[in-house]
Write a protein that binds this ligand. Sequence first.
Ligand SMILES: Cc1cc2nc3c(=O)[nH]c(=O)nc-3n(C[C@H](O)[C@H](O)[C@H](O)COP(=O)(O)OP(=O)(O)OC[C@H]3O[C@@H](n4cnc5c(N)ncnc54)[C@H](O)[C@@H]3O)c2cc1C
Ligand code: SF4
Length: 549
Amino acid sequence: MGVRNGVRARNESAWLLPNDGSRTNHRLRQDMRRFADGDEIDLVIVGCGAGGSVLLQRLARAGWRVAALDAGPFWDPDTDWVSDEAGSHHLYWTDPRVIAGTDPVPMGSNNSGRGVGGSMVHYAGYTPRFHPSDFMTATLDGVGADWPVSYPELRPYYQQIEEELPVAGERWPWGDPHGYPHRPHPVGGNGEVFLRGAARLGITAKAGPVAIANGRFGNRPHCIYRGFCLQGCKVNAKASPLITHVPDALAHGAEVRPDAMVTRIAVDERTGRATGVHYVSGGRERFQRARMVAVAGYSIETPRLLLNSASARFRHGLCNDFDQVGRYLMVQGAPQTAGRFDAEVRMYKAPPPEVSTEQFYETDPARDCQRGFSIQTVSPLPITWAEHVAAQGHWGRALREYMSDYVHWSCLGALCEFLPLPENRVTLAEEKDSYGLPVARFSYSQCDNDRALARAAQSVMEDILAAAGADEVITIQRYAHLVGGARMAADERHGVVDGNCRSFAVPNLYITDGSVLPTQGSANPALTIMAVAARAAGYLAAGASGGTT
Ligand SMILES: Cc1cc2nc3c(=O)[nH]c(=O)nc-3n(C[C@H](O)[C@H](O)[C@H](O)COP(=O)(O)OP(=O)(O)OC[C@H]3O[C@@H](n4cnc5c(N)ncnc54)[C@H](O)[C@@H]3O)c2cc1C
Ligand code: SF4
């Protein structure tokens, strides 16, 4: 069986989409199985994003009675998404959150999404693997943490997900060297600048890996290089769970319940087992019974939900007897450097990240810090470009001049491996949201190692753009990609779940999203989140410790 047929036998999502020019299989959604609240289903999943949807699809295939509840809508790309930056803000989770610490992280469009497909609906589509070293940074570098899972244990799930998205890119020489199922996409103007500058400095840079169909894939069409990946791909060329895992889940009897905000996980005080979830839908409070519960609400909302599910038995929050919930939340330092060229670059004409280097990913004894960074093209659209220029202090006439010069600019971004620190955490704030629930308070402070990495990355990016021929270079400081907050560990004193994503405190409660990651590397996290969820699903489907213990 070829790769494509192998994928189809495992996950038919791309073939379940319509091939008549529309983007949504309405019949599949209309005919979707619907469970009653009183049914004790096998598994209820909170959140239908990267982690939740993979778990949903895998267990529906295994014959489980499974439903995913998502706080946001069931998107239809034809009617809900627009080719307009300003008109795409409804894709983001913009509920209030309190930020604190010495280096607070702004929350909003750059953090998480709301709705079926999760943050991957508006993610940039870049899907590198973590390096083997990311799974043992404490042992190798004396910082961070060792995972209870090794890279070789995750490798087969990386391969499966890369085939299902599918991922296109050049053969990857870093970390565990590997190829991709689709050949790399043609490189746009921004990628050409990166490749030119890197080559002049002797830095290796490569095209890919992007989770964007290169050629037709099932009924999904080829990318048309319109650069709107961060606004939701109306073409269906960019992978998101909405099109890569949800259709197959529905076809195998799963339910996706949109506009259902889970407010609390219920636990039987006598047995200590989860019994289902309280949620609000259509203004009504409801309760879904389930034999098992999985939480996949993203790094901020997952710890918040656990803390908001305190009870007489779990007085300080669910799974929080050892004060681990919400801790070790990580965000990558993401300095962004732009360079101006006399020739037109037109950086919007391609997927935003499409060329990168991981040459600086590992600890380098020549640097004054541990771990490393990657560099990728980022290609902001005009509003995001205005934010870059304004963050540099340009305003009024100068801002207008930078804006009208937009087609001449190239932009690179770094992802720096900021370290997991216990004091960087989510707690509950005094403020309440529209459901009357305490909102998340996220406190974040950088350490010296973080700052040293950001400085080193900025210097390399500025050198690359100068070497490519830029006559002006400007850098701003940003953050990207939150992970951690309910990390996996060897025991309950160091984390919230074990290596199979099962919580230490409640035997039938799992967490299968980015919050379980103990370290973040300098890779974008979505592929790893999906691979971790696929591995947990395999463990559950095999009945290793099932839901019944
Ligand atoms: C602008 C941007 C660009 C990005 N680019 C990339 C990239 O190029 N590559 C990459 O690898 N990663 C990228 N990411 C990150 C990536 O999208 C996330 O890391 C990933 O989607 C997180 O997966 P998750 O399962 O933890 O959460 P999500 O995918 O965010 O899913 C969480 C879901 O849970 C729902 N939810 C939350 N709380 C509740 C509740 N109480 N009740 C019901 N539902 C709830 C939400 O509505 C959401 O749908 C990007 C993110 C952003 C914001
Ligand atoms: S660049 Fe390609 S993947 Fe991105 S939005 Fe456009 S068509 Fe979709």
